[in-house]
Write a protein of this length. Structure first.
Length: 1080
């Protein structure tokens, strides 16, 4: 018992001890739980207080100034300001929306989420309301994008009315319109309902049509000044093109009704137009425009909110250039020599005078706004060091209002009393803030951006909150998610007419149009017809999508139209297209280039479907083997480095299908046509290469005497035209009739000319084809984009014949305008020249995009002069024989000849031939324009050549040495020179003058430097020496001089140097103190 009792007592004591231990454990856990709850509550309270403080800041600095009627925000916060800019209002709306996203994280938001969201919605709808009232301008701008037809960018803040006309204000700002579309997508994606009905959807779609052509629409840019000179001219701006690219990427396939939408609220984007914007942006960067070497306007383009640059290296290069050239102690300059709000700027004039830019050098205002952009960029890029650096810089330049709120000054300026000292020593003088924050004058753009930056830095919102479509995510990472179904294999369908059995013997799998039924095969022009009904709105006066060709990306999709499944073949196979597709070798090149393009830029789910449409005409005669080689490459699954998969069309149907909504055709259902076959003689059969040779040169010559028929009656010419079987003669007779009877007679000959054009193309009579195409005034597709490609590479294009008037193209133009220029300047002097120059423009555009080094040293691409260079090359190759006629060459041979001419190969050529080719190409040596600038600095009266004068002033005041516009001005000075070889001698002379001035700093020209006289003097000395050596008589012909080497004892440079030194020594000398030749 004692043992049992002892055991029970021991157990009881142990139980008591255990209960005490458990109680202590519970107490410890309770304390920890309470501490955790306290920590959570403290964190919640901290977040709540931070969000509340942000709300008070936004309420006092932004929301209080929102118009109660339109929802817009004034440019100035004074009571008298009636102006509201679209761009400023958009950033204000974005700031309010960003704060609403922060409030979504708080349980009890006291109704502020609703208030903030709908304040942002009201602003966005206010802008939409202002835009929709200008639907007539949208319609005009689609057809003719220009400053006189554009939608406005500034409105009355209370009524939404127009304030200034297009003549009174620089309204054309593509970036503002694009920013609206971008924020519209971002906000709807976050859950806001902004678009209410199909009228608004159709209007937004028409805005997209306007933005799609940003790559060829020069505008006034973010600063509303156009070129740097502020003279009313427009330029192609990287910032505008970049915002347009970002907006198009964001809104493509986006449903404007959000989660409640259906097929007719989805936005369509022309992907080929988008790719042209992308290519243009990449070519322009890191420059902002032709006159802006760099610009702070690029920050919102390459970073938040657009994130328009996919290439990290290009992004870093652009950003580094902005920071290096524009960053200051108080902010970033907008651009170099920006006169905005400086003490030297005349406030009473809208535009500047020539030479006025020099006044602003070194005293440009600095804007703290861009410190904020850099802070936001640091957050998005995950770079806390950058955030801290610019946060500290910003804290030094902001101040507080009387209510205790942070105020962002609009800019810091140099007072008039300090201007002279600042220009002598940049950065030495104190700058003062603008009147923002005083007397209620807030800079709302800066305030809005500061609020977004503060929310991000404080962690109240995350980057993905204000960028829900993930534009900030690198492109390669986006592709891993959204493109997970896509591999880089292109599905190819080979469609043949009457050739299937023949090609089966070679083991090539094909389908005929009948075998793909009920699927229909359309040319792209029928797809254009279908899209013409997209976004038509009679109430708003909107006509829908303009008739723009659908590119190869668009034709690679499978469509569902009016219940029919439709596939399209690219425009290169279209019979109504330019004659380039009738050259098999060029067609093969185009197919390879198209496949490379599709491989690189296809961004949609599924494989692209490429229809290769091969007609019987394509494999006749000598064209058979090249086509067969291409088809064999298709069969192997690799063509030009692109993986392809050839299969039956029905296999591709599981891939995603693009649906064109049937409601588009409520107005009327159009009649769609399928493919068309080439007109061929009856019983035409495929023959082997030896039995169907290409047309001889003799067949390309007319049988008639053209001079004789010029003077005959119209009746006789018509009778001969109908009786004649020679295609070359018929084309010439048609040309004589049109010249004789005028353009009104054209409708009588159009069908006959089309027949001649087709048959000559089938027989490869290229001279006849070009003449018929010119008489039909045909225009090649992609002419405008090709010219734009040249322009964005920093070049100019001139159209016109060698030795005749040329038109200089400095800004992108529409196809219609280009067509008018070509046919008005080329056809009167050579009918075939109009189409040949179109060929060359297409080739040049492709070459400069893929091999830009071939155009090194060529700033002005003079197409007529390039034709002359090609003719020179043919003469060199022919030797003593008659040279080949360039108009009789196939387009592929013309392209190869162009590539040969562009290759800087000088081996084995005479100096005359070298100068003829380089002069025709307008090719200049490295550093040429910099040396002309140095000459101009030492020539007070400027330079003269060919009757053109390049003055020292205002050139040096308005421009800088490395500015592209200066180089273009030098080219303009040389344009009157007629002979290519003489032009090259002038270039050599300028290089000689530069070297002499560099080595003799005490010398300068007292009079204007007349380059023609210097060459004349040098040639006279050359003639004297030549007559002494070989006893030849003096001649006016300078061919021997042109054929003389540049260097050497009796080289051209020695004679040019002597002529320059004689003129220099006739002027005054200004010896320096360090001159070693000084004797006192």
């Amino acid at each position: 018992l004692m043992g049992v009792g002892g055991i029970l007592a021991a157990v009881s004591l142990k139980s008591v001890h255990q209960r005490r231990v458990n109680s202590k454990v519970r107490q410890v856990c309770f304390r920890r739980h309470m501490l955790l709850l306290w920590a959570v509550d403290c964190n919640t309270i901290s977040v709540f207080i931070s969000v509340l403080l942000s709300f008070l800041l936004v309420k006092c600095t932004i929301l209080n100034y929102q118009s109660p009627t339109t929802g817009l925000f004034p440019v100035k916060t004074s009571s008298t300001c009636k102006e509201a800019k679209v761009r400023d209002s958009l950033y204000c709306a974005a700031s309010i929306w960003a704060l609403s996203l922060a409030y979504r994280r708080i349980d009890d938001d006291m109704g502020r989420t609703h208030e903030l969201e709908h304040s942002a919605i009201k602003c966005m709808r206010g802008i939409l309301y202002c835009y929709m009232r200008q639907s007539d301008k949208v319609e005009k701008f689609k057809q003719d994008p220009s400053p006189s037809t554009c939608i406005h960018s500034i409105f009355n803040v209370q009524t939404g009315d127009e304030i200034y006309s297009n003549e009174e204000y620089s309204h054309l700002q593509i970036d503002a319109m694009s920013l609206f579309l971008l924020y519209l997508v971002e906000m709807i994606c976050s859950g806001l309902q902004i678009i209410y009905n199909t009228d608004e959807v159709s209007f937004i779609q028409n805005l997209v049509f306007c933005v799609e052509r940003a790559y060829r629409v020069p505008d006034f840019g973010m600063w509303e000044r156009g070129s740097k000179y502020n003279n009313g001219s427009t330029e192609l701006h990287s910032s505008s093109v970049g915002l347009a690219k970002a907006a198009l990427e964001a809104i493509n396939g986006f449903n404007l009704f959000g989660n409640q939408g259906c097929s007719w609220s989805v936005i369509f984007v022309d992907l080929d137009a988008h790719n042209r914007n992308r290519q243009t942006l990449c070519s322009l960067l890191p420059r902002e425009s032709r006159s802006h070497n760099t610009d702070s306007a690029l920050l919102p383009c390459i970073s938040y909110p657009a994130f328009a640059v996919d290439d990290d290296a290009l992004y870093s290069q652009t950003l580094d250039k902005i920071v290096r050239k524009l960053k200051g102690k108080y902010g970033f300059k907008r651009y170099l020599r920006d006169g905005y709000r400086t003490a030297n700027e005349d406030k009473n004039r809208r535009h500047y005078k020539p030479a006025e830019m020099k006044l602003f050098d070194g005293i440009e205002c600095e804007f703290p706004l861009f410190f904020i952009y850099m802070m936001i960029d640091g957050v998005f890029r995950g770079n806390p060091a950058q955030v801290k650096e610019y946060q500290e810089l910003l804290e030094a330049v902001i101040f507080q209002s009387s209510e205790g709120h942070v105020v962002i000054p609009k800019y810091y300026y140099v007072p008039a009393d300090f201007v002279e000292a600042e220009q002598k020593n940049h950065g030495s003088q104190k700058r003062f803030p603008s009147n923002s924050g005083r007397d209620g004058m807030l800079f709302l753009w800066g305030q809005a951006l500061y609020n977004i930056a503060k929310l991000l830095v404080d962690g109240l919102i995350r980057p993905k909150d204000i960028d829900p479509i993930h534009r900030y995510v690198p492109r390669q990472d986006q592709r891993n998610v959204s493109m997970r179904y896509s591999n880089q294999v292109i599905s190819v369908l080979l469609v043949f007419f009457r050739l299937q059995v023949f090609l089966n013997t070679y083991g090539i799998q094909t389908q005929t149009p009948q075998q793909v039924e009920p699927i229909q095969i359309w040319p792209q022009k029928e797809l254009v017809k279908a899209y013409r009904f997209l976004a038509i709105n009679k109430k708003l006066g909107l006509s829908g999508r303009p008739e723009r060709p659908v590119g190869c990306i668009g034709t690679c999709k499978i469509y569902r139209i009016l219940g029919k499944t439709v596939v399209c073949y690219p425009i290169v196979f279209d019979l109504s297209d330019f004659y380039l597709s009738q050259d098999v070798m060029l067609l093969i090149d185009d197919i390879k280039n198209a496949l490379q393009f599709i491989k690189q830029y296809w961004k949609m789910p599924g494989r692209p479907l490429f229809l290769a449409l091969i007609r019987e005409d394509n494999i006749k005669g000598s064209r058979f083997n090249p086509i067969l080689d291409m088809l064999a490459s298709f069969k192997k699954g690799n063509i030009g480095g692109v993986k392809v998969h050839v299969d039956r069309l029905q296999i591709h149907l599981p891939f995603p299908i693009a649906t064109i909504p049937s409601f588009m055709f409520f107005f009327r259902i159009p009649e769609f046509k399928s493919f068309e076959e080439l007109e061929l003689p009856k019983h035409s059969k495929v023959k082997r290469q030896t039995s169907t040779p290409n047309a001889s040169d003799l067949e390309q010559q007319p049988e008639i005497n053209i001079e004789e028929w010029l003077h005959k009656s119209t009746f006789e010419i018509l009778q001969k035209f109908n009786d004649c079987d020679c295609l070359a003669s018929q084309a010439q007779l048609a040309s004589i009739l049109l010249r004789k009877e005028g353009p009104d007679f054209f409708k009588n000959l159009k069908d006959d000319l089309e027949r001649i054009y087709r048959r000559a193309g089938s027989r490869k009579l290229w001279s006849v084809v070009r003449l018929a195409a010119s008489l039909l005034t045909k225009l090649v597709d992609s002419l405008a984009p090709s010219i734009t490609s040249v322009l964005v590479h920093g070049k100019q294009v001139t159209l016109g014949l060698f030795g005749h008037e040329e038109i200089v193209i400095s800004n992108p133009l529409s196809p219609g305008v280009i067509k008018d220029i070509i046919y008005s300047k080329c056809s009167p002097h050579g009918e075939r020249e109009a189409v040949l120059q179109q060929e060359l423009v297409i080739h040049i555009g492709w070459i400069i995009s893929n091999n830009p080094e071939l155009f090194s040293g060529m700033l002005k691409i003079r197409v007529g002069w390039i034709v002359q260079a090609m003719k020179h090359e043919l003469k060199i190759r022919a030797g003593d024989m008659a040279p080949q006629d360039i108009y009789q060459m196939s387009p592929s041979d013309v392209k190869q000849l162009l590539l040969d001419v562009l290759q800087p190969q000088q081996t084995g050529r005479s100096w005359l031939n070298r100068r003829q080719i380089d002069g025709s190409l307008n090719r200049n040596p490295l550093g040429f324009y910099d040396r002309v600038w140095q000459i101009l600095e030492r020539t007070p009266n400027g330079i003269m050549v060919g009757g053109k004068h390049l003055p020292q002033q205002p050139t040096l005041s308005d421009m800088t040495m490395y500015e592209m516009n200066f180089s273009l001005l030098v080219e303009d000075t040389l344009k009157n020179i007629v002979l290519p070889e003489y032009r090259q001698i002038i270039v050599e002379l300028l290089m000689v003058v530069s070297v002499l001035l560099e080595r003799n700093p005490e010398l300068e020209f007292q009079e204007a430097v007349d380059l023609d006289w210097l060459v004349k003097d040098a040639f006279a000395d050359f003639q004297k020496d030549r007559s002494k050596l070989d006893g030849s008589e003096k001649q006016d012909n300078m061919e021997a001089f042109y054929n003389t080497p540049a260097l050497g004892k009796r080289g051209t440079c020695s004679y040019l140097t002597k002529a320059v030194m004689i003129q220099l020594l006739q002027g005054e000398m200004h010896p320096s103190k360090d001159d070693p030749c000084s004797v006192s």
